[in-house]
Design a protein around this ligand. Structure first.
Ligand SMILES: [Zn+2]
Ligand SMILES: [Zn+2]
Length: 241
């Protein structure tokens, strides 16, 4: 059985509904807890700034970015709340294309950006006193990107991996490993939810810090005997839900 890798391709905050199908098919709604910021204007959601779903593309956006309605064919042409981006497409309005806004200096991830590994991990910057759940993505450029939530449109931090040391085990805490750098303090503590996930991260990270691409980065090529055989069925926590 081959290791499932779907989770590595889910950087798709971009529309899953194609422009031609927009309004004709009900979109898959992105889950509320998979976004921490509006997927159009990138302002943080709060108790007051609430999440709304675009009925055309399924994005999670703020009220300001979804103030308009459009008649949607899949809902018997009834008017439905849509995001500003879909509104422009659906109405075929001339005028400015609504662009996603990201704060200066942060990286906007594209749906097509290839990733090697991506997963929620717990992260601690104080030796395990406090932990935060973050979505991490490792790319072929030997960088690890940190997102507050899975479908956020921009990364809140980037770690260039070469030069780091991967430390494991750490203080005998289960499934915890650490990335440390002589010039960059404090070290980053990470925790996986299961042993199989931990081993996979360790395997990839240990190569990336030495500027080696792991086999997982060549998903399209034929699997080497090493990568296809050993790590598979038991890796239950990698099956997409
Ligand atoms: Zn917004
Ligand atoms: Zn939309």
């Amino acid at each position: 059985m081959k290791l499932k890798l779907e989770s590595t391709t889910e950087l798709t905050y971009n529309m899953e509904v194609s422009e031609n199908d927009l309004g004709n098919v009900a979109p898959h709604w992105i889950k509320d807890d998979e976004v921490s910021v509006c997927q159009l204007c990138s302002k943080s959601f709060t108790a007051l700034k609430r999440r709304h779903h675009c009925r055309a593309c399924g994005r999670v956006v703020c009220r300001k970015c979804s103030s308009k309605k459009s008649n949607l064919a899949y809902d018997n042409n009834k008017p439905n709340r849509v995001c500003d981006k879909c509104f422009v497409i659906l109405k075929n309005v001339d005028g400015k294309v609504v662009d996603q806004k990201v704060p200066k200096g942060v990286k906007l991830m594209n749906a097509n950006d290839p990733s090697i590994l991506s997963r929620y991990l717990q992260k601690s910057m104080d030796r395990g006193k406090t932990w935060n759940k973050r979505w991490f993505v490792i790319t072929k450029e030997f960088a690890m990107y940190e997102f507050k939530a899975h479908h956020d449109i921009y990364a809140i931090a980037t770690l260039p991996l070469p030069g780091y040391q991967v430390i494991f085990p750490v203080d005998n805490i289960e499934n915890v490993f650490c990335l440390s750098h002589q010039q960059k303090l404090p070290p980053t503590y990470l925790q996986s939810e299961c042993t199989a996930s931990r081993d996979r991260w360790l395997n990839v990270l240990k190569k990336m810090v030495n500027l080696e691409l792991s086999e997982e980065s060549n998903r399209n090529s034929t699997h080497s005997s090493e990568s296809s055989g050993s790590q598979n069925a038991e890796d239950g926590c990698y099956k997409t839900s």
